[in-house]
Design a protein around this ligand. Structure first.
Ligand code: NAD
Ligand code: UDP
Length: 312
């Protein structure tokens, strides 16, 4: 069935891949973005499609449209960008969620929240299951993002319980791929850009902290699969690739794949930087059969090709 689907943050890294896939699946897509971290370049190839509509709007102010589904992705995701204007980041997660949930309630749309592994903070439980409540510093530099996203989850649950809004909460672990912003500040794009320019690779701390990296195409399959589960399935549900790497391993792998002359240098570890992160994906696997397919090396090669083609 052809659906009308609103994607907030649709010009960003994940949002642009989602818009593209939803159009390919035959749906009509409204892409809403304030272009804080999103780029026209990510969606320019979709503009000629008559079933694609681009709307410049900021979700901290109300918005009205008729749609069957809403994917709420609007929010800067890189620590550098979400800390640039911390108050705005909280407003985007909290007021933005209120506006999108109010819209979903009014038009009876199903709504998915792009939550994050950051709700687990610097986790004391490893790997992270959805039952774990997390270890977040409420007044630290990451709090505007972590606590904003935690409050958004609360709002989603409350709108479901009080107003019967059909909700889905997805906790996204580190995802990477083409269309990350070259100055995004996240680790994969930073290292790939540095390696391609033969500049120093900047490891924060000793590089023994871990992350688990999911390739964007796998992620999009999983997110749409979760949106399409029965209305009784609310989440929160983790999504990510459980294969865990140290940041030092990642740097070495990227140097090898790019055949770069870059040297690794060590910089101070940012405050509250989580030491380890690995999703338990048992729940989404049981619910949808989804699991990531793309090995890190294959995903990195595609990402390197993208930056090679667009940067240099
Ligand atoms: P991104 O920064 O590329 O995309 C976010 C988009 O939201 C951008 O296009 C930006 O311009 C837009 N935006 C920001 N504030 C807005 C506002 N107030 N109104 C309207 N648009 C606004 O980041 P991404 O990696 O594509 O992340 C998308 C979503 O997924 C975010 O909500 C993020 O928190 C979540 N997420 C991403 C990851 C990841 O690894 N990529 C991990 C966890 C959660
Ligand atoms: N990181 C790094 N060098 C960089 C960018 C990030 O060593 O140039 C580290 C960062 O300190 C963190 C990990 O890589 O430990 C992942 O950082 P990212 O910002 O990508 O995501 P998050 O910390 O939100 O998982």
């Amino acid at each position: 069935m052809k659906k009308k689907i609103l994607v907030t943050g649709g010009a960003g890294f994940l949002g642009s891949h989602l818009c593209e896939r939803l159009l390919d699946d035959g749906h009509e897509v409204f892409c809403l973005d304030n272009f804080f971290t999103g780029q026209k370049q990510n969606i320019v190839h979709l503009l000629s499609n008559p079933y694609f509509e681009l709307i410049r709007h900021d979700i901290t102010t109300p918005f009205y449209i008729e749609a069957d589904e809403i994917y709420n992705l609007a929010c800067p995701a890189s620590p550098v960008h979400y800390q640039f204007n911390a108050i705005k980041t909280i407003k985007t997660s909290v007021m933005g969620s209120v506006h999108m949930l109010g819209l979903a309630k009014r038009i009876k749309a199903k709504i998915l929240q792009a939550s994050t592994s950051e709700v687990y903070g610097d986790p004391k439980v490893h790997p992270q299951t959805e039952e774990y409540w997390g270890n977040v510093n409420p007044i630290g530099p990451r709090a505007c993002y972590d606590e904003g996203k935690r409050c958004a989850e609360t709002l989603f649950m409350n709108y479901h319980d009080q107003n019967k809004v059909r909700i889905k909460i997805l906790r996204i672990f580190n995802t990477y791929g083409p269309r990350m912003h070259p100055n995004d500040g996240r680790v994969v794009s930073n290292f790939v850009v540095q390696a391609l320019k033969n500049e120093n690779i900047t490891i924060y701390g000793h590089g023994n902290q871990t992350r688990s990296f999911c390739y964007v195409d796998d992620f999009i399959d999983g997110m749409i699969g979760f949106m399409n589960t029965d209305d009784s399935i609310l989440g929160p549900v983790n999504i990510g690739n459980p294969k865990e790497f140290t940041i030092l391993d990642l740097a070495k792998k990227i140097i090898e794949l790019t055949k770069s002359r870059s040297k690794i240098i060590f910089k101070p570890l940012p405050e509250d930087d989580p030491m380890q992160r690995q999703p338990d994906i048992g729940k989404i696997k049981d619910l949808t059969g989804w699991q990531p397919e793309t090995p890190l090396e294959e995903g990195l090669k595609k990402t390197i090709k993208y930056f090679n083609d667009t940067l240099i």
